[in-house]
Design a protein around this ligand. Structure first.
Ligand SMILES: C[S@@+](CC[C@H](N)C(=O)[O-])C[C@H]1O[C@@H](n2cnc3c(N)ncnc32)[C@H](O)[C@@H]1O
Length: 426
């Protein structure tokens, strides 16, 4: 039985919604009909009665000064509606500090990211889902549509004000099968499981043992898992005392806060700038060609693929394709043809970046999806963070990883050791 929503902001939003769904389908960002259908039905504007965004087209706001928008019929309401239905735009909904200039505590992810993650979840009517990070409640409403009245969604939000607003929005649009819980989602939702699906919508330094414990045996958990300075969306299935997994796609999320905050295996997860004069050296031609090769949906995924290996090889990885140490930085330029570096360690970092690029070529330019991975509980559990880091070719007794001819990498997290290896093509 389709949900009947109350009055949206008018026909304009319905038309914009159709246009957004057309863009998502046309660009290949989302192919699943059920997901597209749900996104065509849930009124996104009802979940963001006000938000902050920079509008380059109308010249409103700037990187440090986002503009406050209110969808609807008031001043700038039409333009706000358009921004709400921009398939590629995330919207800030809660500031970390007193002002939105300080960074975001919460944002609604861009529709292309939301839709892609829903597609990866392979939801079916009647399933029970745990969402960590309710935010606006928009994704919870989509989950609710996809599992239908026979299914149930439990959504946890750390910030009580956001949780209360999201519950109101969900109620207002007629979602009856979502329970919003205020709490620290790293502990999961004791007493609410077992869940067929767990989906986390914040960037996580580690996998929570509780998410795996609260899952049904054939369940699926989707986590934006910290990897260098970004969060590949990682699909996990419980296995033994841990999980088996695979990175599915590149992403960047706001960081998880609360009890799941951890010291990271990488030294500089945040943005790092250049200090002092820049020097440049060309990347090997074959690497530049591989980086510039168009991918089927026009994504620049090869950069992320090389960045994935870089974060396994070097704990100084920062951003996607950069290494940083102290006040020195080396990064692959946007052109994909050269490495730009600055600071005292410029030459050493630049050479190391080129070395990893050459290794990537020698390995056959693996994609992030080509690595199999397993997660085994650390010993002792919740090991002190001083041992965090990444190693290569460490002896591994992880299931499936033994004897992988192209080596095994281990990311030493706090709750789990993550082993990764490249599977041989059949
Ligand atoms: C990217 S936003 C989520 C967007 C949301 N799914 C939506 O559809 O609007 C991430 C959210 O995770 C919340 N969060 C951060 N740490 C959390 C934790 N430990 N437990 C629960 N929620 C958390 C933040 O407050 C924020 O609202």
């Amino acid at each position: 039985m389709p949900l009947v929503y109350g009055r949206a902001v008018g026909l304009d939003c319905a038309a914009l919604r159709r246009r957004m769904v057309g863009v998502l389908a046309g660009t290949g960002a989302v192919a699943d009909e059920a997901v597209l259908c749900a996104m065509g039905r849930v009124p996104r504007e009802r979940f963001v009665p006000r938000f902050w965004a920079v509008d380059d087209e109308l010249g409103m706001g700037g990187p440090d000064h986002p503009f406050e928008w209110q969808p609807g019929e008031g001043p700038w309401g039409d333009r706000a509606n358009e921004l709400v239905y921009d398939a590629d735009r995330a919207l800030g909904i809660a500031a970390l500090g007193a002002s939105p200039w300080a960074g975001w505590a919460s944002s609604v992810s861009a529709p292309n990211v939301v839709g892609h993650m829903l597609e990866l979840l392979r939801l079916a009517p009647g399933q029970r889902v745990l969402e960590v990070g309710t935010g606006s409640g928009y994704n919870a409403a989509l989950l609710s549509e996809l599992v239908g009245p026979a299914g149930a969604v439990t959504s946890i939000e750390l910030e009580p004000d956001l949780a209360a607003a999201a519950a109101e929005h969900l109620e207002a649009v007629g979602c009856r099968n979502v329970e919003v819980v205020v709490g620290d989602g790293y502990a999961g939702a004791p007493g609410h499981g077992p869940f067929d699906r767990v989906v986390v919508t914040a960037g996580c330094p580690d996998v929570s043992p509780q998410w795996l414990r609260q899952m049904a045996p054939d369940g699926l958990c989707l986590v934006p898992l910290q990897h260098g300075g970004w969060h590949p969306v990682t699909a996990l299935r419980p296995s033994g005392r841990g999980a088996l997994g695979r990175a599915e796609s590149p992403a960047r999320f706001l960081p998880l806060r609360g009890s799941g905050e951890r010291q990271l295996p990488w030294a500089h997860p945040g943005p790092v700038g250049h200090h002092g004069p820049l020097s440049a050296s060309p990347l090997p031609r074959a690497v530049a060609v591989a980086l510039l090769r168009p991918t089927p949906a026009g994504h620049d995924w090869a950069r992320w693929d090389l960045g994935f290996l870089l974060a396994l090889e070097d704990s100084r990885a920062v951003s996607v394709l950069a290494l940083a140490e102290d006040r020195s930085l080396a990064e692959v330029a946007a052109s994909g043809r050269e490495v730009i570096a600055s600071g005292e360690q410029a030459a050493a970092l630049r050479d190391r970046l080129v070395e990893v690029a050459e290794l990537w070529l020698a390995l056959g330019c693996p994609r992030m999806q080509d690595y199999a991975m397993s997660f085994a509980p650390t010993s002792p559990p919740g090991r002190p963070t001083a041992r965090a880091g990444t190693t290569r070719d460490a002896p591994s007794d992880m299931p499936g990883a033994q004897g992988s001819p192209r080596g095994t990498w281990t990311v030493h997290r706090t709750d789990y050791d993550q082993a990764l290896w490249l599977e041989e093509a059949a």
